[in-house]
Each structure stands twice: as C-alpha cells, then as structure tokens.
Design a protein around this ligand. Structure first.
Ligand code: NAD
Ligand code: GLY
Length: 363
C-alpha cells in the first residue's frame, strides 16, 4: 500500500492509498484504519455518499461502538447550523472525548465534520476518507476546516489535522463528470504553482485522465498529495508559503460568494480564478501570454469553465475579494504566477492592473 506522510512532528499522519477499502469488499488494507480508531467511531457523511459507501465502511468497523450522521448534500449546507446538528448527535448518541470521527464524503463533508471534530469537547481525532477528486487531492490533507458565512466563504473555521487520510481511488468512478472536472481544477492549480513537469504530464495524459484510468488517477492523486503535503509540512498554519495554495482562490471565492453557494462549484470557481490570476500576472508583466494560453487550454480540455458567470458587478466583486481570508489589515493579497510552476504571494496589488483585469472578466 502506497503512503505519503504529512510530516508535522508529533502530529504527522499518513495519506494511505487503499484502493477498494470502501468501494469493494477488500479486507487487506483494514489495519491502517483500525489501528487509528479507538473503540468508538462516529461517521459523518451525506445523503448522496451514504447509500454508496456507508455500509461498506461500517461493516469494516464491526465490534466498535459506531454512530453516524448524514448531512444534506450541497455547499449551501456548509453552515454552522450543520455543525451544531453533528454535535447534537454526538452528545445524544453518547460519544465522548476519546471517540474518533470519520468524515466520509467530499470536501463539504470533510470541512464541516472537520470543524465539528475541532470544537467538540475542545477537539477529538478525525480521519478523512475523501470520496471526490477534489477532496482526495486537496481538502482532506492539511487540516483546514471551515463553514461558510453569508458574507464570506470559509469564514468560520479552525486548523485541525486529521490523524489519517484514506484514499480509495475507485470511489471516483461514481462521481458525475462536472464534479470530477471540479477536482481537476485543484490539480491544475498544484501543477501551475509548484511543478512545470507535472503540468506537462497533465497535458500529455489528458485523455487517460478524462477516461478516469485508475492507474493514471492514482499517479496523479499521489503527485498532488505530495505537493500539498510538502507545503503543509513547511507552513502548517499559513504564515507564508502555504498561501500559494490559494492561487486563483481570491477571485474564485468572490465568484462563489456572489453567485450563491453551490451555484458555481468550488473547483469551477477555482478554474476561472486561476485564469483571472494568470491574466493579472500577464498584465503586470510577470509571465508571458503563452503561460496563460496553456493554462486556458488545459482547463478547457478538462471541461472546466473559462469565463466568469454573467452579471457579477465589479464593485461587489472587489468588496468580496477585499473580505477574503487572505486579506490582512494591510489589504488584499493576491497569488500571482511568476512562471509555469512558480507562484508568489503579492502583498502590494496594483489597483490599476486589478481594475483592468476585472473589467475584462466581469462583463
Ligand atoms: P462536495 O463535497 O460538494 O462533493 C461534490 C458532490 O459529489 C456532492 O454532491 C457529493 O455528495 C458527491 N459525491 C461525493 N463523493 C461521491 C462519489 N464517490 N460518487 C458520487 N458522488 C459523490 O464538493 P468537493 O468538490 O468535494 O469539495 C468542495 C468543498 O471543499 C468546498 O466547500 C471547498 O471550499 C472545500 N475545500 C476545502 C479545502 C480545505 O483545505 N479544507 C480545500 C479545497 C476545497
Ligand atoms: N486549499 C488551500 C490550503 O489547504 O491551504
């Protein structure tokens, strides 16, 4: 079994690749899971994922005290109210500080359950079992947990590292094409900010990736997890370099907030945001137009949107960008590209270049 370690000292944890763990009856990889859960386990999932994988998971936890809670499906339910619902169930079903939570689902389940685990009785361990491409390559790794506020994406949250991430690549076969493509946006982001060879590999393997060839997927997911694990190990709480993982996100979060959560998928907003960040980088003279062109070709080749949704007013967009979590009292920060495979955190955003970029994208 392949594993990647997120090297965080005494809080280090493995990302374990266990094809078949929950998607098929495959007992071989159980040890990795069982050795990390105590005697009581509470699974948080949602109404779409539960019928697919919940029984498979619970059957492998037999002999333990097990409970579960199903969230409604959708980004619009990534709320404090759902966190309270989970905590109510934990209390009513008799779970305690020595219980382990498992998040079974995509990034929404992972973020909501992760936040509930971070605050229930001041924190209980969580194991992430991500079942979307986006959550396998990004949200399950690194310990960021959050829920949304009507005024801003991920405004309420905590850092709470999982004790284990279990990736069963075969779960991705049931994902719908739009959600699958959304995950590819974060993968393109990893390549664009950290590794031009990886970007070329994505360009060369576009057909196998779209076909969801499982060997190709396993290689790609491991590569993205490796990039993310290295950055998180270096800067766990985003004092510096981890901010690079937000490439495209200041624009993307504004799109999500203004469109209404769940209308434009997070990964779709990131795809558009990546291109807007690349556009800013071209206009500011950091990168050549060819970098933006390759980014555009790869994202559209993966079936991702490459234009902003209509009717997003520039003034509201700028206000949403200014409120984004990356902003400090000193003002907005943007992640820009310096080359393909190299990004930088820009503290002094040029207002004229930003205005030109927004004027071009928000019609
Ligand atoms: P999601 O959790 O909404 O899942 C997408 C859809 O796929 C949902 O309808 C879900 O029920 C369904 N689904 C899940 N697994 C499935 C499967 N195997 N087969 C069929 N359907 C399945 O969306 P997502 O893209 O996984 O995650 C997006 C969220 O992640 C956003 O809220 C975003 O802010 C967050 N995020 C967090 C981090 C982080 O570091 N914590 C990083 C990136 C994104
Ligand atoms: N998704 C950005 C981060 O984990 O830092």
């Amino acid at each position: 079994m392949k594993t990647i370690t997120v090297a965080l000292g005494e809080r280090a944890y493995p990302i374990a690749f266990c094809e078949g763990l929950i998607s098929r009856a495959e007992p071989a990889h159980l040890e990795v899971l069982l050795e990390r859960v105590g005697q009581s386990v509470f699974v948080v999932t949602n109404s779409t994922v539960a019928p697919l994988f919940l029984d498979g998971l619970l059957s492998k936890l037999s002999g333990k005290k097990c409970g579960y809670h199903c969230l409604p499906d959708g980004e619009q339910f990534k709320t404090l109210e759902q966190v309270e619902g989970i905590i109510g169930q934990l209390i009513e079903q008799g779970f305690t500080r020595d219980s382990t939570m498992i998040a079974l689902g995509g990034g929404v389940v992972g973020d909501v359950a992760g936040f509930a685990a971070a605050i229930f009785q001041r924190g209980i361990p969580i194991i992430q079992i991500p079942t979307t491409l986006l959550s396998q390559v990004d949200s399950s790794v690194g310990g960021k947990t959050a829920v949304n506020h009507p005024l801003g994406k991920n405004m309420l949250g905590a850092f709470h590292q999982p004790s284990l991430v279990v990736i069963d690549v075969a779960t991705l076969t049931s994902l719908n094409p739009r959600e699958y493509a959304a995950g590819l946006a974060e993968i393109v982001k990893h390549a664009a900010l950290a590794d031009s060879d990886y970007f070329e590999w994505l360009e060369a393997n576009i057909e196998l990736i779209i076909e969801r060839d499982l060997d190709c997927l396993a290689e790609m997911i491991a590569k993205s997890c490796q990039i993310k694990a290295e950055i998180v190990a270096e800067d766990e709480t985003e004092q510096g370099r981890r901010g690079l993982l937000n490439l495209g996100h200041t624009f993307g979060h504004a799109i999500e907030t203004l469109s209404g959560y769940g209308q434009v998928l997070h990964g779709e907003a990131v795809a558009i945001g990546l291109l807007m960040a690349a556009d800013y980088s071209v206009r500011a003279g950091y990168i050549a137009q060819t970098v933006k062109t390759r980014l555009h070709a790869l994202l559209s080749g993966f079936g991702l949107p490459v234009v902003a949704p209509p009717s997003l007013p520039v003034d509201l967009f700028k206000a949403a960008m200014a409120r984004d979590k990356k902003a400090t009292q000193a003002g907005m920060k943007l992640i820009v590209l310096q080359a393909l495979g190299k990004a930088e955190i820009l503290e002094d955003v040029d207002p004229a270049v930003l205005d030109e970029t927004l004027a071009d994208w928000l019609l």
